[in-house]
Design a protein around this ligand. Sequence first.
Ligand code: PLP
Length: 445
Amino acid sequence: MSSLLHRLLNASLPIVVGGDGNYLIDQNGKRYLDACGGAAVSCLGHDNARVRAALKAQIDRVAFAHTSFFTNAPAEELARFLVARAPRGTGAGRVMFLGSGSEAMEAALKLARQYHLERGETARHKIIARAPSYHGNTLGALATGGHAGRRAPFQPLLLEVSHIDAAYSYRMQKDGESDAGFAYRMANLLDERIRELGPETVMAFVAEPVVGASLGTQPPPEGYFKRIREICDEHGVLFIADEVMCGMGRTGSLFALEQEGIAADITTLAKGLGAGYQPIAAVLAAEKVIAAIQDGSGLLWNGHTYMSHAVATAGALAVQNVIEDENLLEHVRQRGEQLRKALLSRLGEHPNTGDIRGRGLFWSVELVRDRASKEPFPATARLAQNIQKTALDRGLMCYPAQGCVNGTDGDHVLLAPAYTSTPGEIDRIAELTAAAVSAALDLME
Ligand code: PLP
């Protein structure tokens, strides 16, 4: 019996004993093709030699030295690496390394608050985010997320966050509405909300450039984030881009926002940063945020014991060097296109496929009960959970999720294969995903 708290409900999980390229191996020697990187984490597979060597070398030098006494070489170098490559414009000035995406989101929110306080705008404390969305599990990050089901049990502990509709093309774009018109209409919801709340009270707008698990790899309609940027600038509101899931190459560019032609004021990164070899996340702050602090108190009002951890940053630096040296972003774009076509050919005409959407190596299939009306399956049908099981039985790890329609109903299967996936592995992922979906649907009949 497991003594792990998170295994209370799921006593029958296999035990992982090894990794071989893009496969994980359990205690019985069964191999699982990792088509989702766990949760879009393992972008270099499970046994990258350069990353392992960098981790070992750093442990042999020194593992941990508290940041109030020392800085360390890998953290400094990784910060320079990210600052040099972050989208320009409002740009990135400085970086902070933390342990998880949720911690990074908390730090981003606090940094936004500090920015306004340093400038004397003390009334600015309100956060606007989108629904559906997911920004993490700690109380501040959970409050920011627009996921009704996850939030409900924790009320009244959560911050009051105002949510506007996410730009969910499949369900929100009206018949005959142009992409540009849709982008403008959805972005303007932010303008309306800021005016309703009182611009002088609004601190930040938070959004994922390409939405991950809450909405199934939803790219923005073209022009959406340009308009968001204009609105934030007009009202003095900071834009926080949550690139925890979509960042670090997942969508075919290092930062997902690069493809939108704008920069955020604060950016959070996590999963693809360390590729799962170490727990690590980052917060990037633009020059204007840093300048406000330098011209004000001169102190960052945030800190954690394990920030800038030397082994975690050494591992992440090696991950990023591998991605760059091996030109893996190009690989992401090519294999991504292959995956798109393979999913369309295997599931595009399926009567329960509502939408196939994504970018780079970040794709989802949204499943519906009825294609014409787009009626979702109810959460009680447990379709997502059944797909996860039928896929695992076939030796495939995919990431089915629920709640894209109203926070409870609506299922999609999210795929986020490693950037190192071979053409054969991509075909196999599409084949096994289609087989798992059909088998799960058969179970419901
Ligand atoms: N933000 C997004 C977009 C995420 O997908 C996640 C996790 O899935 C988080 C934040 C929270 O990250 P973590 O689970 O590392 O705390």
